[in-house]
Write a protein that binds this ligand. Sequence first.
Ligand code: SF4
Length: 422
Amino acid sequence: MSYVPSRRRTHQVQIDHLTVGSDAPVVVQSMTNTDTADAAGTARQVKELSDAGSEMVRITVNTPEAAAKVAEIRSRLDDMGCNTPLVGDFHFNGERLLQEFPDCARALSKYRINPGNVGKGAKGDEKFAYMIRTAAEYGKAVRIGVNWGSLDQSLAKRMMDANQASATPKPPEEVMKEALIVSALESAQKAVDLGLPEDKIILSCKVSAVQDLIQVYRDLGARCAYPLHLGLTEAGMGSKGIVASTAALAVLLQEGIGDTVRISLTPEPGSPRTQEVVVAQEILQTMGLRSFTPMVTACPGCGRTTSTVFQELARDIQHYLREKMSVWRHQYPGVESLNVAVMGCVVNGPGESKLADIGISLPGTGETPVAPVYVDGERKVTLKGDNMAAEFLAIVQEYVETHYGEGGRKRAAPRLIPIRPV
Ligand code: SF4
């Protein structure tokens, strides 16, 4: 069995049917980009994100019009059979919205509070206290989400002044990172003092630079036992956003740090919002932390690859498997661990295909135009002609039915992840 990193021990937070922290699976989150005041559009996007695999979805609650629609969004989702917990993202006026719209306070499963955006001084303390007391009253979890771009300025100034007065001042950027952590920890302690149980609190300290994020979360993780929500804020667009998020999260997850994840991708125009969910799942799955969808191993192709048949087949197989998962995950438990190889020629094709559950080795340039298919390491059949893709998909479908259906030998039990002490 492959090595699986042990997880940091934390309080466990229950959010409806989801458990967050310690040995519970790392939860995939996402966020809508619809106007929350558009209840139908927001419910539709939450459902899409949920169908793609998002286990919790955050919606912005920024205006009275938005807060007034949260209960309707919840009930629309319930009517669609979607029980994905909703997280309310509050800034500046959260206490007023929670007070004026108790249905919103009840319909949300978790509140995200940014201590840098609740207000200054005694007024800010009052607003923070109101939100925390509301969460405690309704039994809701809270994420105290500190962000580099909206750090509590009075705290930052206090810490910078103290640093300047010290005999051995640290570089300002180190003080700012410490201020992020102190803001999260002090806010969490305030919340506990106000009556919110520790097992209702999740923390995050998001920054936009990979090395800073790693350093901040290592430190934060060592100084508390709250579950941590991971994410590189403002990760960016396309491959830059994916690579930066993966680089940061992979290091932390490998060290057992991180209990929920969100990939803050800026979607390319016309790209689905669900891309951030797919990326989060693929990070967790390729690291062996969770399984969501059968994975396709494909070679990159090279001068030996014939035409585009190979690329098209790899793409079609990946789409087919992802689409099927909405049904398969209920019908065929364990199928998410299936591994399919699609290889471009005889050099590595048979070897990789034998290692996968099912593999196909397509003919490279100058090779006989046939494609051997391997099942559980054995050569099962050789495909040829124009219908290879459909025939290969039929073999995959049959394999899933016989191996993951009732009585199938690969029908799996849930995987346990070891815990280590903080
Ligand atoms: S398996 Fe063949 S086609 Fe694929 S990268 Fe290797 S040599 Fe090229």
